[in-house]
Design a binder for this molecule. Structure first.
Ligand code: ADP
Ligand code: ZN
Length: 667
């Protein structure tokens, strides 16, 4: 056999595949191999047969071993990997690694509780007309199409998914269901296994490596037909994938923040395109990116407008915390966070033996300040995002360099005093326990509920009506479905308004719509009470009447004016280091280098550079953090621009420069 050359994506931080040779071994494209790399060896994937000739200058090394114990990675997946590497600027060999299971096949299998409960109970469901026509419409297309299923909370999107899956399984194809990690609840997995019994595999971060490896093989070998998982499930080489579903497609958690900074939804769409199969994105509050694509007919839009049981969506009442009825507050002796309206309704529901949930948004990490009297939040005059309080009086913008000092009294009404936002779940639990001594209370947040078993237990208690009051953070916002839950109070909506991010309004609308979707799914129409200092906030008005279309129209207009995504592409350049001086210096250098690029090259004229500025979280894990945001209408130019910055960034010592394309989190 003559000597043959191969391009191999080696598991190392290299920006290109390396060329190796072999005489005896005959790997094919997609083979997993071991190759020498410097003084060590590394695993890699053959991505090409190469025409390289052994030329002067360096010696081409030999492939050491082919791993025939792993399946070959199909050529189409290699194409997809190349896209990921190029789009997100990440070494291809380190992407290839994600396709391999953590452990070897079947070395001992200590069984605890099964990963997927065996609860086959084929309850027969017949779809209503709306649901039927959506299923038929989606299946009437052949090959790749992106479908956006927009259905109000409780409209039966999941039932539509189940039917789509059933039909695909009948054609002997497999399917991937991507969901945000947080909604991979026992409740949801049970629902899928009730329908498909032993045909389900599951992938999430709470599984052991052994469990993950076993789940992985069951899909690769085709023993299981449906993989339900968080975004990393995309890297499972299916035997015969025929459909991808992305539930809650708007969820920010589909974006990975570290290493390969990919967006699970976007990567899934490109994967479907590469494999020429349909993909269905579902949400009650689609992302504005997807919504715009649907409006422009790049995606097919399908609607579910009714709750399945015909119950109206909950009524939503907005309580203005600035103008509480003092007499009532005093009469009931209420804690400052609780309005008489929410207190009275809670009492009524508890008397009717129904359940009440209190939702506390803790996602507003940065310190925002607001006037207790008029409710106005301090905003950046340049960027239209909220300013962040540092120390006692320093207010900074984290997009540009704007700063000011905090005055004692409100700049707007000149009367009220400023205070920073925040309210703890524990305090709320204590207060409620005093007000309703007979009520059984459960708290669902990261301090109280650690691990899936604790969560399963808590959910079962709620399902079996051993709980009257549920207090929770984001954990209770999504997917959960309780028979007796009829009232939900949002303790302080304002926390979500003021995350210093241009998507704050969108997040807030989504969150309020999601939590408002929890009560009143079964026994009677639900009620939602939203407490706020800013009753006129635009996301509230639309959430109150469940008006997604109106909200999207308003928000898209805003984005267009400031050319934020989806009207432009963005990239975030993060500059981190242990020494503040070096970080600042590097940031400054990158800033002026960027300005130079924009001036010098006509193609970069459409790249807008914001910053550099200190990040909203200016110090994390002892590292100082600066960042710079890029905006451009042309993804190609943006990518070329990043490549230039990347070259430049090698010259800084003690400072790390990270590139995040389509950033979701800019804190
Ligand atoms: P979504 O995913 O849109 O929030 P779900 O699929 O969870 O909605 O449906 C809400 C509730 O209505 C669930 O309890 C579900 O079992 C029920 N449901 C939806 N469609 C049907 C149907 N066609 N037949 C029986 N029950 C249904
Ligand atoms: Zn600003």
């Amino acid at each position: 056999m003559s000597e043959q050359f191969y391009d191999i994506a080696v598991d190392a931080p290299l920006d290109k595949p390396l060329t190796y040779k072999s005489k005896e071994l005959a790997p094919v494209v997609g083979s997993i191999v071991t190759v020498p790399l410097g003084k060590r060896t590394a695993r890699g994937v053959v991505i090409n047969k190469s025409n390289a000739l052994e030329n002067a200058g360096f010696k081409i090394k030999e492939i050491e071993k082919i791993h025939s114990e792993f399946p070959q990675i199909p050529i189409k997946l290699i194409k997809w990997m190349e896209w990921l590497s190029n789009y997100y600027q990440y070494p291809i060999g380190q992407i290839a690694r994600l396709f391999l299971p953590a452990l070897d096949k079947k070395e001992g299998s200590a069984r605890k509780s099964p990963v997927v409960p065996d609860v086959l109970s084929r309850k027969s469901v017949s779809l209503n007309d709306e649901q039927k026509s959506v299923v038929d419409a989606i299946l009437s297309f052949e090959g790749f199409h992106t479908h956006l299923l927009w259905g109000v909370t409780g409209s039966g999107k999941t039932e539509v998914y189940l039917e789509l899956l059933e039909r695909k399984l009948r054609q002997d194809e497999q399917a991937l269901v991507l969901v945000p990690e947080i909604s991979l609840t026992p409740q949801m997995i049970r629902r899928f296994s009730e329908r498909f019994g032993g045909q389900i595999a599951v992938m999430h971060s709470h599984l052991t490596d052994r469990e993950k490896t076993n789940q992985w093989w069951s899909i690769v070998e085709g023993k299981k037909k449906i993989l339900i998982g968080a975004r990393s499930a995309l890297f499972c080489p299916f035997k015969k994938l025929g459909l991808i579903i992305v539930d809650e497609e708007h969820e920010p958690s589909f974006k990975q923040d570290a290493k390969l900074k990919y967006h699970g939804r976007d990567a899934a769409i490109v994967l479907a395109q590469t494999l020429d199969i349909p993909i269905c994105l579902g949400s009650a509050t689609p992302s504005l990116e997807s919504w715009k694509n649907a409006l422009e007919k790049k995606y097919y839009l399908h609607k579910l407008t009714q709750r399945y049981k015909g119950l109206a969506l909950p009524s939503v009442e907005i309580v203005d915390l600035r103008t509480l009825d003092r007499e009532l507050v005093e009469k009931f002796v209420l804690p400052p966070w609780l309005s008489p309206a929410l207190y009275t309704k809670t009492k009524e529901r508890l008397e009717k033996k129904q359940q009440v949930a209190f939702f506390i948004n803790r996602r507003g990490v940065a310190n925002t300040v607001l006037c207790r009297q008029c409710g106005i939040v301090k905003m950046c005059p340049n960027c239209d995002i909220s300013l962040t309080l540092h120390g006692k009086i320093h207010l900074n913008c984290h997009y540009c360099e704007y700063y000011e000092s905090l005055n004692e009294h409100c700049d707007h009404c000149h009367a009220g005093e400023y205070s920073s936002l925040g309210a703890g779940t524990e305090r709320i639990e204590n207060d409620l326990a005093k007000l309703f001594p007979d009520a059984r209370i459960v708290r669902l947040d990261r301090d109280e509920i650690q691990g899936r078993e604790a969560l399963t237990e808590a959910i079962e208690k709620i399902e079996n009506h051993k709980v009257d009051i549920i207090i929770g953070t984001q954990m209770i916002a999504k997917g959960l479905d309780f028979q007796k839950l009829t009232l939900l109070g949002v303790v302080l909506a304002d926390i979500g308004f003021n995350i210093p991010d241009f998507r704050a309004g969108e997040r807030n609308f989504q969150l309020l719509t999601q939590v408002s979707g929890r009560p009143g799914r079964h026994i009677e129409r639900g009620e939602v009470i939203i407490q706020t200092y800013n009753p006129d906030h635009p996301s509230l008005a639309h959430a109150q009447i469940h008006d997604f279309i109106g909200f999207a129209e308003f928000e898209l207009q805003q984005r267009k004016e400031l050319s934020y995504p989806p009207f432009s592409r963005m990239a975030c350049i993060r500059i981190h280091g242990l020494k503040l001086d070096s970080v600042k210096r590097a940031a400054k250098k990158l800033g002026s280098f960027s300005a130079g690029l924009v001036k010098k090259y006509p193609q970069f004229g459409n790249v807008h550079v914001l910053g550099p500025a200190a990040a909203a979280l200016p110090r994390l894990n002892n590292k100082y953090r600066y960042h710079m945001l890029l905006k451009s209408k042309s993804p190609t130019h943006l990518r070329a621009f990043i490549k230039e910055l990347e070259k430049k960034s090698y010259s800084f010592s003690g400072v790390k420069v990270l590139f995040d394309v389509d950033p979701i989190n800019t804190l």
